[in-house]
Write a protein of this length. Sequence first.
Length: 149
Amino acid sequence: MDVDQYLPILGLLVLGVLFASGSFVASALLAPRKRPTDAKTAPYECGIVPEYEPPQRFPVRFYLVAMIFVIFDIEVVFMYPFAVVFRQLGLFGLIEVLAFSLTVFAALIFLVSEGALSWGPAKHLAKGMPARTSSSTIVRIGVDAGRAA
């Protein structure tokens, strides 16, 4: 086994570690030491002072829509090369693309079931009336008649 072919990978790994650790060291040495003031930590948008505090968290739906975008962006990136060489891939390529598409479709179904595309206010189902029986009907009529009198 020839180890020389792995030397460039090892060199890039060493350079990456040196760059990352050098960035942390430079940040620690060059960062300002004083505490920020209220004016510096206040949100600034187009010179307008905000009238209300922004929400602390984004709603989960925001992230679900972002996941949908990433999933279909990746699907498009992988479908284009398949469309270029689909005749050479034959049945194997077709099966692989169908497996990939089914995985992406399953992810979409999961996100839709989690409410990713429901942008209105959250709807909570209220508990309904119990099953209608003769005794429950008599009770309801008796309660309604008692209130009317």
